[in-house]
Design a protein around this ligand. Structure first.
Ligand code: G6P
Ligand code: 1S3
Length: 691
């Protein structure tokens, strides 16, 4: 693979207007939910459209199903855009241009890759000839990335041919959208480019195995490791993207460190992920929402544990983990082991508290189990019967009271419930008899006996026994309010829980704990997740704020498991008052995660991209904020005692190792906190080669 890193300033027309530049953001998840990148671009939309208006457009591959629901088609009013689309359509390329129906309503351009597969072989050959990137047959995902990449490069080349007045920034997310980057460079297309990687392919694969990843980052033979896993061609695309963009970024410092070693380019900066924070006018509102959602989780639990409801809802706490099913990377192995130790500690302490721990991770399933459906049905019938009895008892009390005369006895409650009521009630009680223990999993798994989560639960023997103080529910499907067993949307569910647990080993950022924070739900994360490191850096006494960070970097696995267990045990011993106070403090951290603040790093990355491509336009403007409408100075969110670290002068999230103009990339010292202490050269390769 040929690679030359850095700017290609020579190809740019210095007369372009950089102040009113266009911004294209390119990702495969535009109006198409797959994972975390959808959350990034969707939640960021309000701040980006506020800054750019109709000079902003997202580009993605067309997914007809989701576009039909998420996008309203429009006719482009910009003549250059219209001409570009028209010219591609004339060559048979299908394009949908429209408004993404989300907050901010950004413009989107969705290209139908299926209309270009006739060029696939030609483009694959060209990719090899121009960038030295191989694309072997049989990898549909890579084929799609190649076709999409060539279409995007085609679009950008054509657009800047028509539009010669303004500068254009093209910001690409993740390797799947990155094929256009080396093409822009080779074809000398007059755009300036940013590439943001949200993980590295090799990092994800290596961590999923049993490698001491962070201690050995600098020793991996990257080509060989990629080859062994059959992802060499994908790795080439990722690496070429990182090397051919003008500005290379990632989502956290820990992933910056990883990228430096695995992609062989130091990122120019870190663009942490934000959220679109909704602030309630009254503080207690989110607390009320917690109570309401918790009641709905209680309803589910009553059904799931029918016949074994021998724990008191008032003394029950809900913990959960959620995310894509990456057993080791997302730390589910550690979570389950810690739950077993927590169970032991709560039992030994004679605790009255019961923990119900939910694992929400989609796996291959066939259907909901009969038992899970029956549980909800049984409890619904019981409630309906009790409602009928309640109404008839009420009616009878009323009638008796009407007829009552002084001197007569009070109505006897034995006469109020009729024998018919008793039979009805008995029937319902018999229906609640259960021979086995309440199930762990709500669905029929396609591969029950080999499922890593179930096997780990079997190994630690957490079987929802009445004596267990920790119960487990594994829901192998994302939540939605139409689900007959647990009918709640994810956000509502999170609000109703007490603690999120995300003990990840590989987590470039980690939206799940960030989402907990803005909903005022405490969470446990690790110092191997971008979010955990970010919060650790910003907040001095983070546990007071409901941000618990397990040390998975300096401690051995057993010690990390014990630390996680202790965090959960201490949390279980909090009083209700303490939990309410902590939730208030957690919710106060929301401002730290708001795009209004996080988005500043994107602004800086774009400035750097323009500066690198159009250096002449910046002469004499060294420190100027030239992007109109953007208030660069963000004050500290608050300064109550013991709150986030006093960082006067540190105005934006990435400032502790930020994108700075005139500086060539992050310095390794910037993420010194992410390095491990002893980095002596090992005598031999530090882990087995048979991984
Ligand atoms: C919220 C509600 C309170 C409720 C509390 C329960 O704060 O506003 O009315 O008592 O939640 O908290 P818990 O941690 O026990 O679920
Ligand atoms: C990636 O998604 P993942 O869950 O595979 O991108 C997300 C958005 O940047 C990030 O939050 C997450 O940590 C990464 O791992």
């Amino acid at each position: 693979m040929s690679e030359t890193t850095g700017s290609h300033a020579g190809v740019h027309n210095a007369n372009r207007d950089i102040r009113n530049h266009y911004l294209f953001e390119i990702a495969t998840e535009v109006a198409n939910r797959v994972g975390g990148i959808y959350s990034v671009i969707k939640s960021k939309s309000p701040v980006t459209t506020a800054e750019y208006g109709d000079r902003y457009c997202l580009i993605g591959p067309l997914n007809k199903q989701s576009a039909a629901v998420e996008v309203e088609a429009l006719t482009p009013t910009n003549p250059h855009l219209a001409k570009t689309i028209e010219s591609m359509e004339e060559r048979g390329i299908g394009i949908v241009y429209g408004r993404w129906l989300i907050e901010g309503a950004p413009r989107v351009l969705l290209i139908d890759t299926k209309t270009a597969y006739r060029f696939l072989d030609e483009w694959k050959a060209d990719l090899w000839n121009t960038a030295g990137i191989p694309s072997p047959p049989g990898d549909d995902e890579t084929n799609e990335a190649v076709v999409f990449g060539y279409l995007v490069a085609w679009f950008l080349g054509e657009f800047v041919y028509h539009e010669k007045e303004h500068a254009v920034i093209a910001h690409f997310h993740e390797w799947l959208s990155g094929v256009a980057l080396p093409l822009c460079k080779k074809r000398r297309i007059d755009v300036t480019t940013i590439f943001t990687t949200h993980a590295t392919l090799l990092g994800r694969y290596l961590c999923a195995g049993s490698v001491d990843f962070y201690n050995n980052l600098q020793y991996f033979d990257v080509d060989a490791e990629a080859g062994k896993r059959g992802i060499y061609h994908r790795y080439c695309i990722e690496r070429a993207s990182a090397h051919s963009c003008d500005v290379f970024t990632t989502v956290s410092h820990i992933t910056a460190y990883e990228s430096e070693h695995l992609l062989k380019r130091k990122p120019d900066g870190v663009l942490p992920n934000g959220l679109n924070v909704t602030k309630f006018s009254a503080m207690h509102e989110f607390q009320n929402l917690h109570q309401q959602s918790k009641e709905r989780i209680h309803d589910f639990v009553r059904g799931h544990f029918y016949g074994h409801n021998d724990f008191d809802p008032e003394n029950t706490l809900y913990f959960f983990t959620a995310g894509r099913y990456e057993y080791r990377n997302k730390g589910v192995d550690m979570f389950i082991e810690s739950l077993a130790r927590l169970n032991h500690r709560l039992k030994s302490a004679g605790s009255k508290i019961t923990i119900v721990a939910f694992i929400i991770m989609p796996a291959q399933t066939q259907s909901l189990t009969v038992e899970a459906l029956k549980g909800q049905a049984v409890i619904k019938s019981l409630r309906d019967t009790v409602d009928v009895i309640e109404r008839s008892v009420g009616k009878r009390i009323f009638e008796r009271a009407l007829k009552w005369h002084e001197g007569e006895a009070m109505p006897d409650d034995k006469d109020l419930i009729t024998s018919q009521d008793r039979i009805l009630l008995r029937r319902r009680l018999f229906a609640m008899k259960r021979h086995g223990l309440p199930p762990i999993v709500t669905h029929n798994m396609q591969n029950d006996s080999e499922d890593p989560i179930l096997n780990q639960i079997r190994r630690v023997q957490l079987f929802n026994h009445p004596s267990d103080r920790v119960k487990i529910v594994f829901h192998p499907e994302f939540l939605n309010s139409a689900n007959p067993v647990l009918p709640m949307d994810y956000d509502d569910f999170v609000r109703g829980t007490h603690l999120g647990v995300f003990s990840s080993y590989y987590e470039p950022w980690g939206y799940t704990p960030a989402e907990c924070t803005v909903m005022g739900v405490p969470s446990i994360t690790t110092n191997l997740s971008g979010f955990g490191c970010y919060m650790e850096e910003l907040i001095e006494n983070s546990t007071d704020y409901g941000i618990y960070i397990v040390d998975r970097r300096m401690k051995g696995v057993d010690d990390s498991v014990n630390q996680l267990t202790s965090y959960m045990f201490d949390f279980a011993n909090k009083s209700r008052r303490q939990r309410i106070n902590q939730r208030n403090r957690t919710e106060r951290l929301s401002d730290l995660l708001d795009w209004k603040r996080m988005g500043m790093e994107y602004v800086k990355a774009r400035q750097l991209a323009l500066r690198r491509a159009y250096p002449a336009s910046f002469e004499g403007e060294e420190d100027e904020d030239f992007i109109p409408g953007v208030e660069q100075k963000i004050s500290r969110p608050f300064s109550v005692p013991g709150s986030p670290r006093d960082r006067s002068g540190m105005m934006t999230p990435g400032d502790f190792a930020s994108i700075q103009e005139g500086r060539e990339g992050l310095s390794t010292e910037d993420y010194v906190a992410w390095k491990l202490p002893e980095e002596e050269d090992p005598d031999e390769y530090p882990f087995p080669l048979t991984l």
